[in-house]
Design a protein around this ligand. Structure first.
Ligand code: 5BU
Length: 266
């Protein structure tokens, strides 16, 4: 199964150039930690990115929660991504018709396609969402340098995704002419897809299992990697709210990476 293969070997199987890049980055930098930088001030995000940069392969944003968003925020964030060698993912969760997502991706205040290596999208509208996102690209933002992670499951308790939706999301991720744009799947379990060239991104990770007050469900780093098939574990508040951010980021990185090493060694 894909979970027994190393990230290096999976890089060779990836159809998406960005997935290939990310698998190789993970293998070289030895990290499968993604920081969810869910803070509402630009400087606070940049500070977190600088502190956690050495330990992460990916930094995930929600730009629409940044109160003082500006172009210089993006320039500074990209500089940190280059300095520390991590990719940027805007967790936009696109969910509309192709024409609308194309505009939301390329235009507006945030011009996500200009700077985010990766974005996320719901599969609810069907495969036209992938075509719509690709349609926003061209010129400097070529489809070769960008990719999407499709949602096949969510960590929220009571979410409406069922087995059929999950299976059909897998089909969109692995069949058809646009699979070179699909870098991975956001999900909670190893049975979401089988193709080893895709990356499984799993949010809802915390050293202490449990729930928050608004339906978020947490599992440990070891559990998501070894039992749930996660290739990258997403940690937000587990790091953001720690008294020592660097130390905590390093410890999440160590635990996620050790779990991966055990997984491929068996
Ligand atoms: P937390 O602070 O570790 O709970 O943050 C989790 C992040 O992952 C947050 O940015 C969510 O928007 C994101 N997320 C999630 O929690 N669950 C999901 O199923 C998906 C995304 Br998809």
């Amino acid at each position: 199964s894909r979970t027994k293969l190393t990230y290096e070997s999976r890089a060779n199987l990836a159809k998406s150039p960005v997935a290939k890049r990310l698998f190789n980055l993970m293998a070289t930098k030895q990290t499968n930690l993604c920081l969810a930088a869910d803070l509402s001030e630009a400087d606070a995000i940049l500070d977190m990115a600088d502190k956690c940069g050495p330990y992460i392969c990916l930094l995930k944003t929600h730009v629409d929660i940044v109160s003082d968003f500006s172009e210089s925020f993006i320039v500074n964030l990209q500089a940190l991504a280059t300095r520390h060698n991590f990719l940027l993912m805007e967790d936009r969760k696109f969910a509309d018709i192709g024409n609308t997502v194309s505009l939301q991706y390329g235009q507006g205040l945030y011009k996500i396609a200009n700077w985010a290596d990766l974005v996320t999208a719901h599969t609810l509208p069907g495969r036209s969402i992938v075509q719509g996102l690709k349609a926003a690209l061209g010129g400097a933002n070529s489809a070769k340098e960008r990719g999407v992670f499709l949602l096949a499951e969510m960590s929220a308790s009571g979410n409406l995704i069922d087995e059929k939706y999950k299976e059909n999301s897998n089909k969109i991720a692995t069949e058809g002419g646009d699979v070179d744009f699909v870098a991975g799947v956001v999900c909670q379990s190893a049975d979401c897809f089988a193709f080893p060239g895709l990356i499984q991104l799993t949010p809802g990770v915390k050293i202490d299992e449990g729930v928050d007050k608004l339906g978020q469900q947490y599992q440990t780093p070891e559990h998501v990697v070894k039992e749930r098939g996660a290739d990258i574990g997403v940690v937000g508040r587990g790091i953001l709210q720690a008294s020592n951010v660097e130390k905590t980021a390093a410890s999440y990185r160590d635990r996620l990476w050790a779990a991966y090493q055990e997984r491929v060694a068996k």
